[in-house]
Design a protein around this ligand. Structure first.
Ligand code: HEM
Length: 552
């Protein structure tokens, strides 16, 4: 509505009523303010610069917020994907006065993620602040750079190798627990989330004795609920405002979840601090390797940012796992590191390290249950590696032989990326490659991995689960930024190699113990994208124990 139209409406209303009632005055006042705001907004530099980028229907003041009104998280995802199909590979939208530009073209994504120009996380991440503080995932500038430099070496290959026996022990333990479900359909995500929490506690956090009872599961459930709350705050305009959110039931629930989450992580840090002595540290000695370091964790089709940056290699021969390294840094007056830094990183890595891999492993198990031919090839590869001793413990060298399983994991992460989107705030104007678009500084650029991974011009049959998409010759032909489940560039996932190694050990152990069945098909999947991609209707599989001849 233009300012002139508003004035005419006012004059007519005044004439016909012989004066203004308070309600009418309020209403008209609101309309005037909205019209003036919209007039100002449409004349801003930002608005004019992106006028040619397609957008779903937008309303004055709230932008596209009405499109999410009343929808569940699963519905928001499918509505969003519908608009992207309609409007093309690059789309914009306003949420209040926040400009969002959605990217699905690998050339555009490379402009944002590669290099050091746009490392700042988007405003949308601020809802994590009470949880992660200034942890790696959401911090920026010098603080992020310093933390990344200090944390990355704790994921060095020699440390990851030392974790393999722990990965094996937990994979065997969860297989034994799941054996009780044999023959029944059940949600495997419950098992995967508890075991991934336990694995993180006993590896990166150096916990010797796991919390009693069902604490890990309780923590994992609280994380799922907290993600749901944060996602709701990101997409529903009213919940974005702290002044409104703090009076809602959602905040009460959020507070309860944070108590569970922080209760667990505070205890982990307190115990490690109390039991810390130079002798109790888990020092990992570098040992001579039969396989060259670079080849050892190479995943086909995935350029190795961490190796390129080489920040994981501090040249030392003796290394500490994450929490021990952080406790030691906090005790060293020459290093800028304190107790809050420890808590922030423990909270960040406990979240990033467990929910992502529990979704990844659950999706992979469902895929093998649905695609029996794929499962048979995985099993044949395991047979070739383990021979007559199928239930022996897996070693790091074994994981190097699991080329097909690796392709299954990568294909799962392509079709169902646990982190379906990421967002950056532009620190400079950017001219996109996908069209005659220039996106202004300050914009929230949303990189949609889920959509990039399903582009028909990149993946011949994008909705078909085909691990051979990751045959080296096929992967080599693709744009590097067309497969980015771990993001890419300097802010890519610091735990990628940890995740790949753990997933291999876990899935290998399960496949050698059970035949996986699924009565669901992919058409039954109800995808839910609340921070981490999940299935609203559960990761339903059933297991049949494999029988092996016993030694005479
Ligand atoms: C399948 C498993 C995983 C997937 C798909 C995944 C994916 C990602 C993605 C997409 C990002 C970038 C997020 C963003 O920019 O908003 C990220 C960052 C991060 N990930 Fe992972 N991740 C996985 C496992 C792990 C594990 C196991 C750990 C640690 C044990 C971890 C720790 C982190 C950290 C600390 C960051 C922040 C890095 C930074 O900003 O410097 N992740 N991850």
């Amino acid at each position: 509505m233009s300012v002139e139209t508003v004035q005419e409406t006012l004059q007519q209303a005044a004439k016909s009523s012989g004066g203004f009632s308070p309600i009418l005055t309020g209403l008209l006042g609101t309309i005037i303010v909205m019209a003036l705001y919209e007039y100002w907004h449409r004349n801003t530099r930002e608005y004019r610069m992106v006028a040619n980028i397609p957008s779903p229907p937008s309303l004055p003041l709230i932008g596209m917020a009405h499109l999410a009104a009343g929808l569940s998280n699963a519905e928001i995802l499918s509505v969003g994907l519908g608009y992207l199909n309609k409007y093309g590979e690059t789309m914009k939208g306003w949420l209040g006065n926040v400009l969002l530009v959605f990217l699905t073209n690998p050339n555009d994504i490379e402009l944002i993620l590669s290099g050091h120009q746009h490392l700042t996380k988007a405003e949308e991440y601020r809802y994590f602040k009470p949880w992660f503080g200034d942890g790696l995932l959401i911090s920026n500038g010098h603080h992020w750079r310093h933390h990344r430099k200090m944390i990355a070496p704790t994921f060095h290959q020699s440390i990851l190798k030392s974790f393999v026996p722990t990965f094996v022990a937990h994979s065997k333990a969860v297989s034994a627990r799941m054996a009780k479900e044999a023959g029944k359909s059940f949600d495997v995500h419950d098992y995967m989330s508890q075991t991934t929490v336990d694995i993180l506690l006993t590896t990166a956090m150096g916990v010797k004795k796991l919390p009693e009872g069902n604490k890990s599961f309780e923590y994992a459930q609280a994380v799922v609920d907290m993600c749901d709350i944060i996602h709701t705050r990101q997409v529903k305009l009213l919940y974005r405002l702290d002044s409104i959110y703090k009076f809602t039931k959602l905040r009460e629930k959020g507070d309860r979840m944070m108590n569970i989450i922080l209760g667990m992580t505070r205890k982990v840090v307190k115990d490690r601090n109390e039991n810390y002595s130079p002798e109790s540290r888990a020092i990992i000695e570098d040992v001579a390797e039969p396989t060259p370091a670079k080849q050892a964790t190479k995943t086909e089709g995935l350029r190795d940012d961490l190796d390129d940056i080489d920040e994981n290699d501090v040249g030392a021969k003796r290394r500490l796992a994450l929490l021990d390294a952080m406790v030691e840094m906090a005790k060293n007056p020459d290093i800028e590191w304190n107790e809050k830094d420890i808590m922030d990183e423990v909270n960040t890595i406990m979240f990033e390290g467990h929910d992502t891999t529990s979704a990844g492993s659950s999706f992979a198990l469902c895929m093998m249950g649905i695609h029996k031919d794929v499962q048979e090839r995985v099993f044949a590869e395991q047979k070739a590696i383990f021979g007559d001793n199928m239930l022996r413990d897996c070693t790091f060298a074994d994981t190097m032989e699991m080329k097909y399983l690796e392709r299954v994991i990568l294909e799962t992460l392509r079709m169902y990326p646990p982190v379906p989107l990421i967002a950056r705030r532009l620190d400079h104007d950017v001219k996109l490659a996908s069209g005659p678009y220039t996106v202004p500084k300050g914009t929230t650029c949303v990189v949609l991995q889920y959509c990039v991974h399903r582009r028909p011009d990149i993946y011949e049959n994008p909705t078909k689960f085909d691990p051979d998409n990751f045959l080296p010759e096929r992967a080599a032909k693709r744009h590097y930024y067309s497969f980015i489940p771990f993001s890419a560039g300097p802010r890519s996932c610091v735990g990628r190699k940890y995740a790949m190694l753990k997933l291999k050990v876990l899935l290998s152990t399960i496949v050698r113990n059970f035949i996986i069945h699924s009565t669901d098909t992919e058409a039954d999947f109800k995808l839910q994208a609340d921070i981490i991609l999940k299935l609203e209707n559960g990761f339903n599989i059933s297991l049949e124990p494999r029988q092996y001849p016993t030694a005479a």
